[in-house]
Design a protein around this ligand. Structure first.
Ligand code: SAH
Ligand code: SF4
Ligand code: F3S
Length: 460
């Protein structure tokens, strides 16, 4: 039973899934810090452990189940060690599940006795976290709020962000597309946009704090509409903020790229020449049963138009292999489209049946695991060749780079830079700091990165 005499206020939070979830963790921190909670780096020091979860594929769920058991076991071990040292007394932590898995699995999570979760909150309920935590502690009863809102955009919450060159900023939340494989419309509810003025206010603050880049986030970021402005207008407005040098956006849908938007990407120097075009599949029947709202021909025409309007643009994509009923011949269409489009990057996923989706109700998951693996390997091999060829074409070029933080300790001997097109350039340690813009000559390439040497510092 939880001791309510002494209110426990330290939290450890771990984030899974997409950039929107990373951003949501920053919102959650802001909401709870205001209520005098403190965030700690070590789970063993925390009174409360929260996992901000993802539900996009089954693998994401399994990871969380494993992690909850691990958290409890780690704490049990510590409690054993501390048993005879009264100064080091620590209790079992309260465990909370946030994010998409919370709304996807709902009360099942609370009813699972093995997991013994104390509270769960969906993506639109984070303002209620202080109350949920207090009630879970005070009563010892499990608490939850999974309400999805048509209005919540957290536009009145200023996230507590990590330092660095890039700041995430959600410009819309939720999704109305209902791709038949996808759980997001159910876990995050209907699409809603923040107002341009509210977004600009925050971007100005970010520029003042020294952020060089903002990444605009939405589940369908380019269908943004605040009633007056569309996504192209929003990009132009954000580019008007002094101090912000690069603007990125993710994730767009191929159906929402009118010429007006492509022209802004082409002509506005602050908007990065990098476009994510999630293809998902190259076959028209499969695209139709996925409810993607475009055909192979329309997709390829869009790729051509992008290449024509923005010749330097880098294109990336997401692919799902083994959607129910996908035949070998239909998979070949995906291969063909990928070969023709020559993406600079591709994320290839095996279809994973998700609870509550149209696909899970209408089509049995009938493509074997072996087939899915084989198709994934085929596409990954193709993609590796394309990326190597494209990266080699940069050798000898001089490119502008933004110096980023070295996040990977294995690259402690190098400094990472990013091109406007989002390519990673490995630089030797030099006289430049995170946040500097430099030009570098590209000296070598692998399928996944470029190597370069600095030619001059542009500015910081
Ligand atoms: N809003 C984003 C989607 C985020 S999910 C967008 O539309 O681009 C990222 C990717 O995960 C999707 O593009 C899709 O390729 C993949 N994905 C989504 N649901 C999946 C499922 N059920 N099985 C396998 N991959 C899936
Ligand atoms: Fe999911 Fe489709 Fe919405 Fe992307 S656009 S979040 S894939 S439903
Ligand atoms: Fe996962 Fe939810 Fe993002 S399902 S990918 S955390 S929107």
């Amino acid at each position: 039973m939880i001791n309510i005499q002494q209110f426990r206020k330290t939290i450890f939070i771990e984030t899974y899934g997409c950039a929107m979830n990373e951003y949501d963790t920053e919102l959650v921190k802001s909401i709870l810090v205001k209520e005098n909670y403190t965030f700690v780096q070590n789970e063993l020091e925390a009174d409360i452990v929260m996992l901000n979860t993802c539900a996009i594929r089954e693998h994401a769920h399994r990871k969380i189940y494993g992690r909850v058991h691990e958290i409890r076991n780690n704490r049990k071990k510590l409690l054993k060690v501390n048993k005879y040292d009264k100064s080091k007394q620590s209790d079992e932590p309260l465990i909370g599940i946030l994010g998409c898995m919370a709304t996807n699995l709902r009360t099942e999570l609370l009813e699972n006795k093995n997991l013994d979760i104390d509270f769960i909150a969906g993506p639109d309920s984070y303002k209620r976290l202080p109350q949920l935590i207090e009630e879970a502690m005070g009563t010892g009863d499990k608490q939850f709020d999974l309400t999805l809102s048509e209005f919540e955009t957290y536009s009145d919450v200023l996230p507590i962000r990590k330092e660095g060159v890039n700041a995430w900023i959600a410009t819309s939340r939720g999704c109305n597309n209902f791709c038949t494989f996808c759980v997001v419309p159910y876990t995050r509810g209907r699409e809603r946009s923040r107002s341009v003025s509210n977004i600009i206010e925050e971007v100005k603050l970010l520029a003042g704090e020294g952020f060089k880049q903002v990444t605009l986030l939405g589940q369908n970021v380019n269908s943004y509409n605040d009633g007056q402005a569309d996504f192209a207008d929003l990009l132009d407005a954000v580019s008007g903020v002094n101090g912000i040098r690069r603007i990125r956006f993710t994730s767009p849908h191929p159906k929402d790229f009118p010429d007006k938007l492509l022209d802004v990407v082409a002509q506005n120097p602050k908007v990065c020449k990098q476009i994510h075009l999630p293809l998902q599949a190259g076959n028209n029947r499969i695209l139709d049963v996925m409810n993607r709202n475009y055909t192979q021909e329309e997709f390829l025409a869009l790729v051509d138009k992008v290449r024509h309007k923005i010749p330097d643009a880098a294109l990336s994509t997401d692919i799902i292999v083994g959607f129910p009923t996908e035949t070998d011949a239909e998979f070949e269409d995906t291969f063909k489209v990928m070969k023709q489009a020559e993406f600079d990057q591709a994320f290839i996923f095996k279809y994973s049946e998700r609870k509550g989706t149209v696909a899970s109700k209408k089509y049995p998951d009938d493509v074997s695991e072996e087939k899915k693996t084989e198709r994934t390997m085929t596409l990954n091999n193709l993609q590796k060749e394309v990326m190597f060829k494209k990266n080699c074409a940069h050798i000898g070029q001089r490119l502008e780079l933004l110096i980023e933080d070295a996040t990977n300790p294995e690259t402690a001997n190098y400094k990472p830079g990013r091109t406007d097109t989002n390519k990673l350039v490995i630089l030797p340690i030099g006289d430049y700091r995170t946040g500097d813009f430099i030009t570098a000559e590209i000296t070598d390439a692998t399928p996944h990165a470029l190597k370069g040497v600095q030619t001059n510092i542009l500015s910081s």
